[in-house]
Design a binder for this molecule. Structure first.
Ligand code: F6P
Length: 328
């Protein structure tokens, strides 16, 4: 028989993402609704290891649904990668009386959750929160939609100045291993070319494409580059390479960086966070454990960590074709 869940812990881990606060709120409020005690851990797994926690009730999460960042703070814990670290975390949870955990974060968080759940009999549910959208068990991760809108907004502004000065801009966006942000913002912002880790465009093709756009009468251009792109040059080297080979272009670089992780979450991210976290609490109360929740075909679905983490969360390469057609 599944053990009774009287106290649920919650934490946010890995790179923060807009909507994490909405997720924390949803866990705390769902716990209050179901008369379950809720405990928040600071700085993800590190707070679990150090026993750094606070009691959360429905009022402790007032007015946070609209705030970026995470009130519980976030971290990537090296200590949790060791068996000793995980034991300390399990000991603290037992000491405080935490029966189950909701883990909000990305792939690193889920890998930690998977190994922890194999070693200790403490049910966990993962909630995908990362701007990168690189989790297979969900169509959307919390924070991705807001990050896309932030990127689009920035590119629109850069386009204004690019056009005034007839310049070519390389704009680097986040996505260490995944090109979701680059691909979707690139199409949404009408980029000339989009460079993503999943598809090596090649330097020759890039030059060809830029030559073609000059010939077609374009005076300014935007190339969106994912930070994890595999073309073999970072964004600055890429800009130098194009300057050397196509001296007609006046090239500039903008790295959008961590601004992509901040800001008030979009309505989509707030709603997604609310739906996923209510489900996470309900699953734990129903005796479910060691799965991640996600949105698949607009249904909140539970998926094993193995499936959720599997390689090949396919990027929609059709968007590259669309981009090619529309950048004519
Ligand atoms: O949140 C994920 C991510 O945005 C990656 O795309 C990026 O490479 C990474 O975080 C950078 O994070 P940090 O600066 O926190 O190491």
């Amino acid at each position: 028989m599944a053990k009774e869940i009287r106290t649920i812990g919650v934490m946010t881990s890995g790179g923060d993402a807009p909507g994490m606060n909405a997720a924390i709120r949803a866990v705390a409020r769902a716990c209050a609704y179901y008369n379950v005690k809720c405990i928040g851990f600071y700085r993800g797994y590190q707070g679990m290891i150090e026993g750094d926690h606070c009691i959360m009730n429905a009022r402790s999460v007032r007015n946070i649904i609209s705030r970026g960042g995470t009130i519980l703070k976030s971290a990537r814990s090296k200590d949790f990668e060791t068996p000793e670290g995980r034991k300390k975390a399990a000991d603290h949870l037992k000491e405080i009386g935490v029966d189950a955990m909701v883990l909000i974060g990305g792939d690193g968080t889920f890998r930690g959750g998977k190994i922890f759940s194999e070693e200790y009999d403490i049910p966990v549910i993962g909630v995908p929160g990362t701007i990168d959208n690189d989790i297979a068990g969900t169509n959307y991760t919390i924070g991705y939609d807001t990050a896309l809108n932030t990127v689009i907004d920035a590119i629109d502004k850069i386009r204004d100045t690019a056009s005034s000065h007839d310049r070519l801009f390389f704009i680097e966006v986040m996505g260490r291993d995944a090109g979701f942000i680059a691909l979707n913002s690139g199409v949404g912002a009408g980029a000339e070319e989009i460079l993503i880790p999943e598809e090596d465009l090649g330097l020759e093709r890039l030059l060809e494409s830029l030559k073609r756009s000059k010939r077609s009468g374009k005076s300014s251009s935007i190339v969106v580059v994912s930070e994890g792109d595999k073309i073999g040059k970072n964004v600055y080297e890429l800009a130098d390479y194009v300057t050397d080979n196509l001296p007609d272009y006046d090239v500039r670089v903008t790295v959008l960086g961590h601004m992509q992780r901040g800001g008030s979450p979009s309505c989509f991210d707030r709603t997604l966070a609310s739906r996923l976290c209510v489900k996470a609490v309900e699953l734990l109360l129903d005796g479910e454990k060691n799965v991640m929740v996600g949105l698949l075909d607009n249904k909140v679905t539970a998926t094993t960590f193995e499936v959720g983490l599997k390689e090949g969360h396919e990027i929609n390469k059709e968007l590259l074709r669309i981009s090619d057609i529309l950048s004519t």
